[in-house]
Ligand binder design. Sequence first.
Ligand code: 5GP
Ligand code: MN
Ligand code: MN
Length: 337
Amino acid sequence: ADWAAAVAAVRRLPPDARVLLICHVNPDGDALGSMLGFGLGLRRLGVGRLQATFPGPPEVPEPLRGLPGMELLVPATEAEPEPDLVICFDAASTSRLGDLAGRLTGTGTALVLDHHASNPGFGDVNLVDPGAAATSVVAEELLARLGVPLDAGIAECLYVALSTDTGSFRFDATTASVHEMAARLLATGIRPGEISRRIFDNRPFGAVRLFGEVLGRARLEPAAAGGTGLVWTYATLDDLARYEQRPYVLEALIDPVRCTAEADVSCVVKQTGPAEWAVSLRSKGAVDVSRVAVALGGGGHRLAAGFTARGTVDEVIERIRTELDVPAVREGVDQQG
Ligand code: 5GP
Ligand code: MN
Ligand code: MN
């Protein structure tokens, strides 16, 4: 990682510099938390003309709307002047930036902060650490190297990012240094119980019932010889409409699905358009699901990856089976009966 170049890119900004912060489409806790936390840090450094934005639907998931620094979020318009510095957070590839990808190739410097192994390094300066549990780990180190002290606002943003991407400090990426970072963040006085209740334990009743229906149609395909158990389910736009829920509530749906003891690989297929799906994949360790996701046009990490797909649910699952080399189960002979 090119820390010296990243520090220099921030330090050489003129006093009236414009800085544009961007993150991936359908931003999650790490994308928003690392972007807004770093933005608050730049504000402490005296950067006045700061704008944070993301591509696609401008909606922030309700549990993340209380993040400090939300006032930095302003929708991007075509007419804006060129920023002196563009900083991109948590996006594995430019395809995750939609219309905003063009902002990376302007006259200003493009700085990329990320932790996806598949990131090709599409910025002028790239801080990509596949060993980092979250992009916020990279953001915290850059703030430290810039001499920005943590305050409670910055810390809350970075804590939300760190706790969401580590599954509340349960995943393999949860190293001693992750807990050391969490300790530094908590030392600012932020309240982890309060934050966790707001971020994780905060689901509309309609979403609880929607999860019930969608989990009820989950299918378990037992491991074939040399293969691996696959559990999957799907949710349609009609499901969302019947329970009057926003699409982001489905992001947490993979969590109860991936608990399935009999399956090494879990999958949730979420409808985003007439024949369009966002697919989430998780692995218990034996299978590299990022390989599957990359093969099907997406990306991610070894144990958590995703892609977008067209067609029917059955076609999408069949593509995953093929990549996993799991033979398709015959109609009606799955474990759920
Ligand atoms: P999730 O299943 O939570 O949406 O995403 C899990 C991981 O897969 C994240 O690290 C995310 O970056 C990656 N991912 C999800 N969907 C896509 C996609 O459509 N394209 C790419 N390149 N990565 C994705
Ligand atoms: Mn993310
Ligand atoms: Mn991340």
